[in-house]
Ligand binder design. Structure first.
Ligand SMILES: [Zn+2]
Length: 61
């Protein structure tokens, strides 16, 4: 396996889908590759946390 360069769906930036992340995805059974770069994912997450109220459980830092 090797690192993969993907293009962000939101901002069009290229980002690296690393070997580790690929392994993680596989382990989790995710079939899709990430669609967004880290920045956009973060932004989206922040949006969700801000708007949707908090649901407890697996919050990670
Ligand atoms: Zn992006």
């Amino acid at each position: 396996m090797a690192d993969k360069v993907l293009k962000c769906k939101d901002c069009g930036a290229e980002f690296v889908f690393t070997e580790n992340e690929q392994a993680f995805y596989k382990e989790k059974g995710f079939e899709n590759e990430p669609q967004r770069c880290a920045a956009c994912r973060k932004a989206k997450k922040a949006l969700r946390n801000g708007g949707g109220g908090s649901y407890g459980g697996n919050r990670q830092r």
